[in-house]
Design a protein around this ligand. Structure first.
Ligand code: ADP
Ligand code: ZN
Ligand code: ZN
Length: 723
């Protein structure tokens, strides 16, 4: 009987596809194959080799070409991917598509993975000395005049350098090579003497090297978590093993890369979605070949092969960026745990504001908690004060007490951060004469006024229109911005403090790469300044002269229907507040609110995040919400509401009867209309994960078969993080 290859293909169907083995070569599990699929050819991954086909083998097509003689994906990764596809209800092919860099999903030979170095030729040195080039070419010649650099170093120092490199190489001025220049690696820089708490944390994880054990490293920003990571990575490297460090955003990476490289003296492989596809594939392959020892990356880097794994670290583990919100909806933190178990290595989750999921796991004894309570260098934690803004005269949303605190700070020559989590000038534009407000025709939500661009913009679908001169309903010219965004606060603060520089940091002012770091770099450490911005300000460089954090408004978060809003609010407030008083100067935090008695704010500010999180967890337990129950959300959207309703009704009817299963809906989504599409959802909940997962695959297959499914766009989200 001929063997049959079961292949995962990049199509959104939750099945494998059977093929006959290729005419030439011996396929193995984990190797890629090129196969005929309908009228196309697709690259797939062999998942299993069976003696018999699911359908009669006479009808099977043959693999066109075997792309790898050896498995590209090792057994651990294959097993983890199969598990992940099953758990998050992905199509197997989708899981592989997420794991493999794009360049490896093509029917091409693997790119060579020798490190890529660039150096000047003799002609290049003359050109440099003559100063004959301009712009990017000149910058690149200048960089390389000091010695050869790797492609990765070039990417860090001169983003977009490849165009210039291509031009200069064509002119014979540069040449690439695979051989590292003789003068590396860098000598390692010295580590600080670790505190007792840091030493204890390092010792605990270190004692678990070589076996699976999750740790939660609980310490606010600046408490020295990164030093703990560094000490552990050093040990892992000394054992000849690999370390994977996940970070939520690549914006955080350049600093971290520099720090890791300077300390460890080895090349740090960076994997993130802004990398060119070739670079990404090479980095992935170097990890697979074990020549990459330290791998730093964002969400998708959790799929990096780690044949010599020693340790996995997930920094800022509470960050929602770890959850993929489209396509294959996996959670990188959760997957990191699964991989650590399969690889038999410890996994370290770090955060100053741990997710309630992780806290519950720690409480249940599944994770061991390590605390960093003291902040090295800082005098003491910032003082926090609630400002009751009821019945106050507000100046563009800012109370006299808040403005007073800013004035005191800049008068002392220090810096203040004014936080408001809304971009634009005002979230609503209202006609004072007739009550009309500008709304998005495609979302049924107010448009945000962007005064500088003279535009109204929908923050949900990016619909834009010119700012009207008069009310389109009654013709009155009396259009009034309601509420405050960062743009308006910037204007108001500039007017209040004309002698102090005011810097706005939000998505609008930091559109360009590195713009954020560049903006912060314009601040000098001994001059007063006011920073105004969104949650982007919660992260980034240390600002030693920043002593006040003024939170303008978080009340929206206290009213949200999303049960996670309280957790997010607490995390955000703590993260932003953590920017104050990082260095020798004591910090202060003021938070103005219309609800000074709100229990969450009270416990957060009086007792800190841990106490607030305990209360939130107790609430979740009481009303049986995650992490004390498990959820799956079916989302659907279509141009017409009837199509959504029909699909969700049929999906509901297709559910098995099970007393353990709670069903909420069908109901409208929190945004029932978005970008012109009607949206609805159906929420499944169960106390046991097994109950829930037991029926999901068959339900998913039933949904695919529904005639009503063809008229809607739908998705299943396991453990959704926004409802
Ligand atoms: P986190 O990762 O928790 O934000 P870091 O590890 O970046 O904290 O530490 C914050 C700052 O304190 C850094 O500038 C770091 O160099 C410094 N630091 C950390 N640990 C120590 C220590 N034991 N002694 C002196 N400085 C330290
Ligand atoms: Zn009007
Ligand atoms: Zn819209």
């Amino acid at each position: 009987m001929p063997a049959v290859l079961r292949v995962a293909l990049p199509v959104p169907l939750p099945t494998l596809f059977d093929y006959l083995p290729p005419a030439a070569g011996e396929a193995c599990v984990g190797s890629r194959v090129l196969v005929p699929f309908g009228r196309h050819k697709l690259v797939g991954v062999v998942v299993a080799i069976d003696a018999e086909a699911a359908v009669g083998s006479s009808r099977l097509k043959q693999v066109l070409r075997l792309l790898d003689d050896d498995a590209l994906l090792d057994p651990e990764l294959m097993q983890t991917l199969a598990w992940a596809a099953g758990y998050w209800l992905g199509a197997p092919g989708e899981a592989y598509a997420n794991a493999l860099p794009l360049a490896l999903r093509e029917a091409k030979p693997l790119p060579p993975i020798g490190d890529e170095y660039w150096s000047l030729t003799g002609a290049g040195r003359s050109a440099h000395d003559a100063g004959s080039r301009r712009g990017g070419s000149k910058a690149l010649l200048d960089l390389l005049a000091a010695g050869a650099l790797s492609a990765q170093e070039l990417s860090e120092r001169q983003p977009g350098w490849r165009d210039a490199a291509r031009r200069l190489a064509a002119a014979g001025l540069l040449e690439p090579s695979e051989r590292p220049p003789p003068d590396r690696p860098l000598p390692p820089s010295l580590a600080p003497q670790l505190s007792d708490e840091q030493q204890q944390a390092v010792a605990a994880v270190s004692a678990s090297l070589g076996q699976y054990q999750p740790f939660l490293l609980d310490g606010v920003t600046g408490s020295g978590k990164t030093e703990v990571y560094l000490a552990l990575i050093e040990q892992v490297l000394a054992q000849g093993k690999q370390a994977l460090l996940l970070v939520p955003e690549i914006g955080l990476a350049p600093q971290t890369v520099r720090r890791l490289r300077e300390r460890l003296g080895v090349i740090v492989e960076v994997l993130h979605s802004n990398l060119s596809e070739g670079d990404r594939a090479r980095a992935w392959l170097r990890a697979r070949a074990s020549s990459a020892r330290v791998i730093l990356g964002t969400r998708s880097a959790v799929f990096t092969p780690l044949p010599q794994a020693g340790l996995i670290i997930v920094d800022e583990e509470h960050d929602s960026a770890y959850k993929q919100q489209e396509g294959f909806r996996y959670h990188a933190r959760d997957l990191a745990l699964v991989r650590a178990r399969a690889l038999g290595v410890p996994v370290l989750l770090g955060s100053g504001t741990p997710s309630l999921e992780s806290l519950a796991n720690a409480e249940a004894g599944r994770y061991r908690t390590l605390h960093l309570r003291a902040r090295p260098g800082a005098v003491r934690p910032p003082q926090v004060q609630i400002i009751d803004m009821r019945a106050q005269r507000l100046e563009h949303g800012m109370s006299p007490a808040l403005l007073g605190a800013v004035a005191d700070t800049v008068a002392r020559g220090e810096q203040a951060l004014v936080f408001r989590n809304r971009r634009g000038y005002a979230p609503v534009l209202l006609c004072h004469a007739c009550g009309w407000h500008a709304g998005c025709p495609r979302c049924d939500r107010p448009l945000t006024l962007h005064a500088g661009r003279r535009q109204l913009i929908c923050h949900h679908c990016d619909y834009r229109q010119r700012l009207p001169a008069a009310c389109p309903t009654c013709g009155a010219g009396d259009l009034k911005p309601q509420g405050q965004g960062t743009e308006r606060l910037e204007e108001a603060l500039l007017a209040q403090f004309p002698q102090v520089p005011v810097l706005r940091v939000d998505r609008e002012t930091t559109r360009r790469r590195d713009a954020f770091e560049q903006l912060l770099a314009t601040l000098s450490d001994d001059q007063p300044a006011i920073l105004v911005g969104t949650q982007m300000l919660a992260k980034g460089h240390d600002l030693p002269n920043l002593t006040l954090v003024a939170i303008v408004g978080v009340d929206e978060g206290l009213h949200s229907v999303d049960f996670r809003a309280g957790e997010r609010l607490a995390q955000l407030v703590v993260q932003v507040a953590g920017r104050a008083g990082r260095a020798r100067k004591p910090g202060r935090v003021v938070l103005q609110t219309h609800q000074p008695e709100h229990p969450l704010l009270r416990s957060l500010l009086a007792q800190g995040y841990a106490a607030a999180a305990r209360e939130l967890l107790a609430e979740r337990r009481l009303i049986q919400l995650p992490p004390y129950s498990h959820q799956v959300l079916l989302r659907a959207e279509a141009p017409q509401r009837e199509q959504v309703d029909a699909f969700l009704a049929a999906a509901h009817a297709a559910l098995p009867t099970n007393a353990q299963l709670q069903i909420a809906g069908p109901m409208p989504a929190p945004m029932p209309l978005r970008a012109g599409r009607h949206r609805g959802q159906l929420l499944l909940e169960a106390a046991s994960r097994r109950t829930l997962h037991g029926m999901l695959r068959s339900w998913q297959l039933a949904l695919i078969a529904l005639p009503a499914a063809r008229k809607v766009r739908w998705s299943l989200d396991v453990d959704p993080i926004d409802l």
